[in-house]
Design a binder for this molecule. Sequence first.
Ligand code: SAH
Length: 411
Amino acid sequence: MATYPVFLDLAGRRTLVVGGGPVAARRAASLVESGALVEVVAPWLCEDLALLVADRRVEWHAREYAAGDLDGAWFVHTATGDRLVDDAVAADAEAARVWCVRADDASRSAAWTPAVARGADGVVLAVSGGGDPGRARAVRDAVAAALDAGTLPVRRTRAAAAPAVGVVHLVGGGPGDEELLTVRGRRLLAQADVVVVDRLAPRSVLASLAADVEVIDCGKTPGHHQLTQDQINEVLVDRARQGLTVVRLKGGDPFVLGRGGEEALYCHAAGVPVTVVPGVTSVVSVPAAAGIPVTHRGVTTSFALVSAHDGIDPVVEAARSHSVSTTLVLLMGVRLLRSSCAALIEAGRPASTPVAIVERGWTASQRTTVGTLADIADLAEARGVESPAVVVVGDVVALRSRLGPFSPELD
Ligand code: SAH
């Protein structure tokens, strides 16, 4: 049958639902979501409809359908479960030129509701299965999954009602493996006009971006110009002010030693909207990739994160303020490894405390070096251990021999 697909603006318009069962409840709920004024005619209501009535989201006429109920209505759903009543509603609607969807018999309906999927930022997908609702839902589900996964080209080609200012999404990319990027992060990337990316972000996803997406690399590759934090802040605000959607793709979690807070504050001060998408932090995930849980029942119930970027004082401080059993996780800890270990022994950690260094976690060249506070610095030097690496100090390291690495790695 030839049909004419269309989207209706029902906001503020009177619509009618005839019937009080679960089908009527679903229809009423989606009409309410579209902003329609919804009235229900039914002698009794199922629980979901009763809730909508109690919330004053729909108005209920507690009686059978009667001629005249369609007066002033733009649209009607009938789902009474009683063929004669549905026939009467459909016939009255036809005479009054009101579009009527009937739930019982699509072939006798003047209009149909499609299977619907809503993507972000106004994307709506409506599917007809050619008279087979199950088929329509299956197609809808498949496209919805792709929308969620961020694999569809949903980027706007035309600005939405000319936004004066765009938005910056601070997206945590996880420890480097594209599969450890969140579903939301992936979806926002598919919408981005501009992607500002860090060196430790999951850079392989960049290959899937459309050719006209601007990619700004803040990477700290040796010998190449790297953007300063001020320049990064400025570029985020500058692009957003052009009305563009900006994804700031970071390694791990944006708020864990990632300067995400500073960037958010800068955008905020500039009047640019910001959202944050958490990421899988390397603090926990990189040890895990090497078979090391940061807490383990019977071994320790706490872990402390320390940055060794700006000196060993924070390392000493962490050792002093936590019990000996607390696992210490050092980020940016390779450069000052030797002095950090010496300081930890000095601060009271036994020289025999196990230490693991996991380099390039979740990449094909992941490598783990295991020793103790006494000898790890020598071992690391001998093996040429390099940044990026996560250093784990504590008895949980010993579990590695039993749990083994969870991803392929060199040893
Ligand atoms: N925001 C990030 C941390 C940024 S600080 C997060 O939540 O993970 C950068 C440090 O993180 C690196 O020096 C290193 O210590 C650690 N790191 C990040 N990704 C890593 C990886 N894939 N393998 C090993 N260490 C990693």
